[in-house]
Design a protein around this ligand. Structure first.
Ligand SMILES: [Zn+2]
Length: 256
């Protein structure tokens, strides 16, 4: 059973117990506040941590017994993508770029280059608005399809990998992903490269990499391009092989 549905059942049973208790012995209203508070808390945690697979199953890591990892970049294509591609080319490392649909129009050549250099392209919604998870499942499915169409118009392949904006999931996002036939993709190691301003601290954070990790970067991260090469060297020195995301997760990246 889906974790969210299981929580709904537990919440319902808890409320029924309180109603019953109230009929045999009057209880204060605050007793009802306890399950409501816990329900909201559990739902919020489930929304925020995609790795919990609370509302839907997301692919967040590969085989924990193999020294293989995959790297991903979110929120492009943008002015920083070319620099990241240059580094990946020198290091001969494959990556996956989760692209925002509306950024493709002015960056078609960058998207083509990502594809031409052997990297994967995934869907990261069309607009990446903060209100994305609050839309109806139909609107979410439409937005996912709009982004996939923007990607397809350039690379002539329709992506199957979808990373929810901000990694936030809820019942509408879960249903929108299902309706659009995509795989939900999360991560297991978040670099926090949009907030860590020190390259040493960022490398320290990345040094915690372990077997099967899917690493989340952003091309426009504060120090991402500055540490990328060193990170790759460190990971290789520790015996990790950096492989394509579809291979690590064992799923198809594009529609056949
Ligand atoms: Zn994003």
């Amino acid at each position: 059973m889906n974790k969210h549905i299981a929580t709904n059942v537990i919440f319902f049973v808890a409320l029924m117990c309180l109603f019953f208790l109230n009929t045999v012995h009057a209880i204060g209203w605050y007793w009802y506040a306890i399950p409501i508070f816990l329900y909201l808390l559990v739902s919020s945690i489930g929304s925020y941590f995609i790795q919990l697979n609370y509302f839907t199953h997301s692919y967040c890591s590969g085989d924990r017994n193999k020294p293989q990892i995959a790297i991903t970049f979110d929120d492009g294509p943008n002015d920083h993508t070319a620099k990241v591609l240059d580094i990946l080319k020198v290091e001969k490392v494959p990556a996956t770029f989760f692209c925002i649909g509306q950024r493709i129009k002015s960056n078609e050549s960058t998207l083509s280059r990502i594809q031409a250099e052997g990297h994967l392209i995934g869907n990261h919604s069309f607009g990446h608005k903060t209100t994305f998870p609050l839309q109806s499942s139909g609107a979410i499915a439409k937005e996912i399809q709009k982004c996939s169409e923007a990607i397809r118009s350039v690379i002539h392949k329709r992506p199957l990998l979808f990373r929810p904006p901000f990694g936030v999931t809820d019942p509408m996002v879960a249903s929108g992903i299902k309706r659009s036939g995509m795989y939900s993709i999360g991560w297991s190691l978040r670099s926090y490269d949009t907030v860590i301003a020190s390259s040493d601290k960022l490398l320290q954070k990345l040094n915690t990499v372990s077997n099967g990790d899917v690493i989340l970067f952003h091309e426009a991260g504060l120090q991402t391009a500055n540490v990328l090469s060193q990170f790759i060297k460190n990971a290789r020195a520790k015996g990790f092989e950096i492989i394509p995301l579809d291979q690590l997760l064992g799923i198809q990246p594009y529609e056949k």
